[in-house]
Design a protein around this ligand. Structure first.
Ligand SMILES: [Zn+2]
Length: 68
C-alpha cells in the first residue's frame, strides 16, 4: 500500500473535522460558554493544520502563511 498521499491527507482532514464537530456538539463547556473551550481549540488547530497540509499538497494557491 503505497498510495497514502492524497487519500490519507483527506482522511486526516475529515477525521479532524469530525472530531472537532463531535466535540463541540457534545462538550458541555463549549455550550455553556458559547465559545470554543481549550480542547475545542486544540482540535480546531489540528483541523487547520490538516487543511493547510492538504492545500500545500494541492498547491494551487500560493498564498503566504503570514497575513498580519
Ligand atoms: Zn469543548
Amino acid at each position: 500500500m503505497s498510495q497514502m498521499s492524497m487519500h490519507s491527507l483527506n482522511d486526516a482532514l475529515e477525521n479532524a473535522r469530525l472530531t472537532y464537530e463531535q466535540h463541540v456538539r457534545t462538550c458541555r463547556q463549549c455550550h455553556a460558554d458559547g465559545a470554543a473551550c481549550a480542547v475545542a481549540k486544540h482540535l480546531l488547530r489540528i483541523y487547520n493544520n490538516a487543511r493547510r497540509d492538504r492545500m500545500r499538497s494541492g498547491g494551487q494557491h500560493t498564498t503566504m502563511d503570514h497575513q498580519g
